[in-house]
Structure formats: C-alpha cells, structure tokens
Design a protein around this ligand. Structure first.
Ligand code: KE4
Length: 428
C-alpha cells in the first residue's frame, strides 16, 4: 500500500503537533506504523491522501452512525452555515435539539449542551458534588470518561493503550477523590461503597464499556448499581457518549431499562461536529448556572451548526426500522468474523451490543479490564494491519470498538468477512 504522502504529512505534523496528532489514539502507537492521513470520506468509504480506500469501522469513534457526508446532514449543515456559524446567543436549533433529546432519552428532564464529552463529564461531576455535597466519585477500571484530571485514574481508551495508569500532571489530591472498582464486579464495588458511602457523591459508568474494547454489563450489574446508589443517596451517572443513540435510540438506559440520575452524551448528537451534553433529573439540573449556583459555561456551547447536524442525525435515526437494520447487519458481521476466526483456529473472544462490536485475541471471557488486558495486543496489531492491507479500517487499538453505520451494506460486510478469513488464516 502506497503511503508516501501520509508519511510526509506525518513528518510535518510532528514538527507542529505533539506526536503528530490531535488525539493520542490516532497515532497508531499501539498497533505500530504511521497513521494514514484521510483526504475525504463518503458513506463508509475513507480515502487517504495516497488514494487508498477503506471500509470504515471507526466512524470517527462513533459520531458517523449514518456514514460519512450523509447528504441530508450536509444539507442541514449548509443551511445553518448560510445563517452564520456562531452567535454567542441562544438560537432555535438549541431548543429543538434539547427538546428532541429530552423526549428520547428516559433520564433527561433538562440538558446542557457543551463542546465535548470530556467537558460534559467534568461539568456533571461538579454538579453531582454540589448536589450531594460529597466530593468522592467512583469509576470503573477500563472505563474512559474523557481527560478531565479527576477521571484520569486507571482510565481506559487512549490512556490504557498508552499504558499510563495515571497521567502525569494529575495532582494526587485530585486522584484521591476518585475510587476505582473492577467493571461488573458487584462484590468489590459493594465493599468500596460501604467503606466510603458518606463521602461518595457519584458513581459514573459506561453502561456498555467501549474503551477497554467492548465489554457489556453482566445481567444484574446496572440494576444493582441503580439499587445501591439509591440506597446511599449517591448519584448514578451513565456515560453514554458512545452508547447514546448507538445501542438504542434512547441509549443503553432504554435498552437495559435502568434510569440514571444524570446522563452524558456526545459524538452522535453532534452528527460529526464538536458537541457534548449532560442532562438528567430537573431538580439536579436546576442547580446549573444561571438557574442555580453551579457554574459552567462555553463560548461555542449549543453552536447553531453543530446542533443542526445533530438534529438532522437524530431525526434520521428515529425513522422506523433503523436500529432493527443496524442490529441485523451487526449480527451478520459478528457471526462472519467469529466463523472466520474459528476456521483459522484463532482464539477470538467476541462481544456485541447492537452495532458496537468487540473482539479480543484471548480465550475469554472478558468481563472487565483485567480480562481485556489478557488479550494478545501484538496479535491485534497484526490483525489490524492485515485488515488495513485488505482495505478495512478498524480501530488502531485493541481497547476500542468496531462500529457499524446505516451506510454499511451486506456487500461491505461480506467483503469484510472475506478479508478477515484471509487475515486470520495468516495470523497463526
Ligand atoms: P471527548 O472529550 O473525546 O468528546 O469524549 C470523551 C469520552 C467520554 N466518554 C466516553 C465513554 C468516551 O468514549 C469518550 C471518548 N471516546 C474516545 C474513543 N473511545 C475518543 C477518541 C479519542 O480520544 O480520540
């Protein structure tokens, strides 16, 4: 595969941008090789600057659930930009989008739009601490909630991939307020809660973990979390930045019928433009300035172009049969990959929730971060590059998700399975 132009751009990028990328996981550090610079994307096709074409299963880490450059979303963006790109004042689109989200996501009575998932998590934690008057929070190992200081404590995703348990620069005093428990481990979590209940303000969880690879919740895990947090007046926060509008139109909370106190959203609700949001029970959200004393602000929050893209995306997702179709295609791909691995006698432990697929090069089962870390990441790196050479663009890290869009057709899926058969057979 020709990568001359990508390599030259990467070289230049390294002089201006740390590591040559604006987000660590893009640098291919955990799979080796240099990142490809993308020139354009349409549907599920990515084209890099050297003209190589790929079937995309990263989808910009989630937002592009309708595929790239969806014509109706582009139309909505173009109409919005013709009216200006940012006012720093309220606009109708913010009311439309927030009303639509309130109508669709069960836990959300009120919502505040911000510019990224990190910003949404940071704000929600501040709000939870103010509401409960307790400073400690509990998160789960391998879950990633953005890069706010107090959450970079045994985080998953990029940090896990880079093998940095705590990032330098995070004061010990911040990390001290963040407790961590193993995902899906009720016993360990219960023990931690009993010991710290008086100071624990919130528990934040990815209802389907997507940053240690895809790890679904065990049957009773979410329900138990809801019960125990109610018992101790701890706020339950679902980080649905990935799962929101992905695993169900109402998010994982609608799929598993467990309603948190606060929900974090991002990615899909911006249709590919910068966005984040946090929302939940009205009595909690009313504490946010200017309605209440908890300060949070943002120059570009509720940006008219981003909300136009998000609105059109959600409207298209709410059409009948969209999630049924996504489920069918995702199942087809998962079964095909499983078949291919089995035929090549490769240990490949698969997980899936809707159009969020995981595959670990280990016997499994994988139910938490310790289990995910047992997977053979060197073999994943080989698989990644093998698939890339067969025109399939997977996440450049074992600790991410394989995602489908409504633009993935059966033909694309068959092409992907055929590629996997060839790559698996050479992995031994
Ligand atoms: P952002 O600040 O990147 O918009 O969102 C942070 C975030 C919060 N919560 C969850 C569950 C997330 O998955 C994320 C970000 N996801 C990663 C990929 N898994 C973004 C990719 C990257 O860091 O470049």
């Amino acid at each position: 595969m020709k990568t001359i132009r990508s390599r030259a751009l990467f070289q230049r990028a390294n002089s201006f941008i740390p590591g040559g990328v604006n987000s660590p996981v893009r640098a291919f550090r955990s799979v080796g090789g240099d990142p490809l610079f993308i020139k354009q994307a349409k549907g599920i096709l990515l084209e890099d600057v050297d003209g190589n074409k790929f079937l995309d299963y990263v989808l910009s880490w989630g937002p592009m659930i309708l595929g790239h450059a969806n014509s109706q979303v582009l139309k909505a963006i173009n109409c919005a930009t013709k009216r200006g790109t940012s006012y720093g004042a309220p606009c109708e689109g913010e009311v439309e989008l927030t009303q639509l989200i309130v109508k669709t996501v069960p836990s959300i009575d009120q919502i505040r739009l911000v510019n990224s998932g990190t910003e949404a998590v940071m704000s929600a934690i501040r709000l939870a601490r103010a509401y409960t008057k307790r400073d400690s929070i509990l998160k789960f190992e391998g879950c990633y909630h953005g890069h706010a200081d107090h959450l970079l404590v045994k985080a998953g995703s990029g940090v896990a991939t880079l093998g940095i348990p705590d990032s330098p620069g995070v004061p010990e005093s911040f990390a001290r307020h963040t407790l961590t428990a193993p995902y899906n481990d009720i016993k360990a979590t219960e023990k931690l809660i009993h010991k710290n209940a008086q100071k624990l303000g919130a528990i934040i969880v990815e209802p389907v973990a997507g940053n240690m690879g895809v790890v679904p919740p065990n049957d009773e895990f979410l329900e138990w979390l809801r019960m125990i947090t109610k018992k101790y007046d701890i706020l339950l926060i679902f980080d649905e930045v990935i799962t929101g509008f992905r695993v169900h139109v109402g998010g994982a909370q609608a799929l598993y019928k467990v309603i948190p106190d606060l929900t974090i959203l991002g990615k899909i609700i911006g249709g590919g433009l910068p966005i984040g949001a946090y929302g939940g029970r009205k009595d909690i959200m009313q504490m946010i300035a200017p309605a209440g004393p908890v300060y949070q602000a943002g120059t570009l929050s509720g940006n008219p172009v981003a909300v136009a893209a998000g609105l059109e995306t959600i409207r298209l997702l709410k059409r009948p049969g969209v999630y049924k179709d996504l489920e069918k295609r995702s199942k087809l791909l998962a079964e095909g990959l499983g078949e291919a691995a089995k035929r090549a006698k490769i240990s490949f432990y698969q997980t899936r929730v809707g159009s969020m697929l995981g595959g670990f090069f280990t016997e499994g089962p994988v139910t938490d971060y310790a289990g995910a870390k047992k997977s053979d990441t060197a073999r994943y790196a080989k698989f990644f590059h093998g698939m890339l050479n067969h025109g399939v663009y997977l996440a450049p890290s074992q600790f991410e998700a394989t995602l489908l869009s409504t633009a993935h057709t059966n033909r694309h899926i068959q092409q992907t399975i055929t590629a996997a058969q060839e790559v698996f057979s050479k992995l031994r």
